[in-house]
Design a protein around this ligand. Structure first.
Ligand code: FES
Length: 125
């Protein structure tokens, strides 16, 4: 079992090794999504980026895939090291998680939520 602390929600849960982080959020009543409870998300497929979270110790999670790393590097240059798509991460140690990291006061915003990222469908119009 590993302890997962959700900073903003002040909630702590113990989860079995290998638990999907997005599922741990949902099972704990923590909404990992910035709006509409993830209704517009890809529902855990790793494509939309809306489930992004900040983690204090990235080594407490499974390593990101090349695709996830590339995705986060593109959307949040210089910040991607401590960000994870919660749907793509499995818990392997104690970790503190900040959901919706863009809205944490005093933090640099990352491109996805700050509007600096322009989706390809918008750029071509
Ligand atoms: S839910 Fe879409 S990337 Fe995680």
């Amino acid at each position: 079992m590993h302890r997962v602390h959700f900073r903003k929600e002040n909630t702590t849960v113990d989860v079995p090794d290998g638990t999907n982080l997005r599922q741990a959020c949902i099972d704990s009543g923590v909404d990992p999504y910035p709006a509409l409870g993830g209704m517009l998300s890809c529902r855990g497929k790793g494509f939309c980026g809306t489930c992004v979270v900040h983690v204090d110790d990235p080594s407490a999670l499974s390593p990101p895939s090349k695709r996830e790393k590339k995705f986060l590097d593109r959307l949040a240059p210089g910040l991607a090291e401590d960000l994870r798509l919660s749907c793509q991460a499995s818990v392997s140690g104690p970790v503190t998680v900040t959901t919706d990291p863009d809205k944490k006061e005093g933090w640099k915003t990352h491109g996805y939520y700050s509007g600096r990222y322009v989706p390809s469908w918008k750029a071509s119009s």
